[in-house]
Structures are given as structure tokens and as C-alpha cells.
Write a protein that binds this ligand. Sequence first.
Ligand code: NAI
Length: 377
Amino acid sequence: MAVLNWGMIGGGRGSQIGPAHRLGARVDGLFQMTAGALDHRPDQGHEYGVELGLDPDRAYGSWQEMLEGEKNRSDKVDLVTVATPNNTHFEITRAFLQQGFNVLCEKPLTMTVNEAEELVETAKAHQRICAVNYGYSGYSLVRHMRAMVARGDLGKIRLVFAEFAHGHHSDAADADNPRVRWRYDPKQIGVSAQFADCGIHAMHLASFVTGQRVEQLSADTVSLIESRQLEDDAMVNFRMSGGTVGRLWTSSVALGRQHGLAIQVFGEKGGLRWSQEQPNQLFYTPLNGRLTVIERGEGNLSPEADRSSRVTVGHAEGMPLAFANIYTELASAISAQKENQSMDLGLVPTAEDGADSIRAIYAVAASGEANGVWTKL
Ligand code: NAI
């Protein structure tokens, strides 16, 4: 497979998620970074891009310059990653799709359901990939959970419990800090704070693992730090398309918790438990059987898990390599696209998944406002 050209918007110096993308995209040698508009400050974006090895004329000052500069090149970027703040995703992603670029956008895909649906349609109309970085679905053992559920190891899935509860916004004295305050300000963040930021990762995992969509939900949303206008904690009950009952807890005031993403699936024939802070073990208990610890890298787990794992059993694999699994599958789809062959996106989360999340965000906000009334997506 020829090495593909990759570009990035956002992810500038000091950004939270930029480095994980740069590691993930390049670790398998399938993409090389050839262009970027990395920062909202043009000079700093240019300077950092050059420092990272970009040609100076492709270390752009803004995404608009990057679009103009790339669109007519014969070696233009094959994939653009959008890792800017949420309220810019729609405009940037739409503009690049319309000019024939493939896009991997950070979550949440957009700020409104209409925008998300428009991106789904734009990608279809221009026959381009619009993927969303639900990167935690790239973990080998999360993929193995999905495979075990799909092949019936657990029987019918009765219940899924997902959580994404951290404690990094627990300090009430910090609530007015400008770096924290905007995250709970509806003018800047939209209708939901903690659920839109973290809860959607947990809900995506619930769908990814069970192969079912969320159809309706009831949410209890609270601002435990009272000065906040939007929720910093939510408990969401939901029902899925295949009849599975879902429970989800998300919080930013769970003091003492670090990343706090975990998922459990309970079926008629067995249960599974996985936590992102201990990603190399999957805990499996069959009905009437003993707890078994499945280790990442054991080999012969499932094709989905085996191909998503790089180092031998016992050595830790972490988040950038989970992202790398999204990039690997994108690379193979884009290579097929370039040769006019049929594309298989594998397990890559798409704009449809991104749109489901935006529907869930609005349903959580509406249900929370209405004291938990059951709300259809
Ligand atoms: P950040 O604030 O740390 O970094 C944002 C970067 O984007 C900065 O370098 C900034 O200069 C740049 N930027 C802002 N506007 C820009 C523009 N118009 N053009 C070019 N660059 C621009 O933000 P962070 O935490 O890295 O989040 C970025 C996105 O990634 C958000 O949508 C967030 O929800 C998502 N995210 C996803 C995670 C995941 O696990 N999938 C984890 C963390 C963040």
C-alpha cells in the first residue's frame, strides 16, 4: 500500500488531543504528515508545523488557506483530521468534504442535529469518507467484546452499563477559571456539557459493542457545582434497538477518578467487563462458570482483536495505538478509493454514528429539563 498524505487542522502546540493523532496516524507507516493548519494563531500554527517537519508552504496559517493550497495539488492530502474546538467542526468538515477530501473529525461531530445530518449527506453526495474519532472503539479488546457479542458467546444481551466519570472539574473554586467556565456555558458549548464531552463516548461504546442503536432515553442531569449552567453529572437510562436495557453514568466531579471510561455487558450466557485504564485485560464470566481474564495479544481471540494489536502479550498498548487502528482502516479504505475499488470502512465510526450522538445529546438535554421524561432520539 502506497504511503498516503495526511493533514491536520487544530492539534497545535500544547493541545490535548493533537499528539495522540500524530502518533496514531503515523505509527504503521501508512500516512505521512504533509500539511497542517494547527493553531488558531496563524504564526504559531505555521511555526509549529515547520517544527514538526512540514514543508513551510504546507504549514498553513488557517484551514481556509490549507483548503485553497491543497485542493489543486496532485499530491494533495488523502485524509484531513479535524481536531479543533467543537463549534468549528461543521464548517471545516463540510468545506473539505465539498472539495473532495476525506475527513476524520473529532467528536462531537457538530453542534446541532441538522448540521450532523448535513455532513452525512455531503459525504454521500461527494462520495467521500466522513469518519468520527470515537477512538476508544479502536482498542483491541473492545473490538473483541464486539466480536464475542456478535458471535453469540453471551447470548441475548440483557443489559449494558457504560460510564465515563472523571473528577477533573471538582474544584468549586475553579469553576470561574476561564479555562473551565466555557465548558459549562451554553453560549459556547451548546445544550450539554459533560454528556456531550464524555457521555457520548460511553454511549458510542455501548452501541459499538452491542451492535444496537439507542432509541430512547431518560436523563437525570445536574450541576453539582451550582454556578454551572449546564450539567457536570448525568445518569442516563436508555433502551436499544435490539431490546437491550442501557445505563450510563457520566461525571466531571467524580473526585479521585482519572479517565473513568468503562463498559460492562451482561447477556443470558455470560458477562464482560472492560475499563480503559486497564485496557489490556477483558474480564469474562460465562454462566455457571468462573471469571476468565482475556489478555490482549493472546492471539486467536477474534480477527477484529488480532488485527488491532501490535505488541506481544504482556506489554501495554494504549490510547494512541487505539487511534492507530482507526487510521489503519481508513488507510486501507482510502487506498481502495484511490484505485476505484469498493471501499470497506471496517469498524471505523462514521458520520452516521456522529449524528446518533448529537441526537442523544439533544435528547439528554430535553429529558434532563423535563425531569427525566422518556425521550425518543
Ligand atoms: P485544545 O483546546 O487542547 O486544542 C485545540 C487546538 O485547536 C489548539 O491547538 C488551537 O490552537 C487549535 N485551533 C482552534 N481553532 C482553530 C482553527 N480555527 N483552525 C486551526 N486550529 C485551531 O482542544 P482539545 O482538547 O485537543 O480538543 C479538540 C477536539 O478534540 C474537541 O472537539 C474535543 O472534543 C476533541 N477531543 C477528543 C478526544 C477523544 O478522545 N476523541 C479527547 C480530547 C478532545
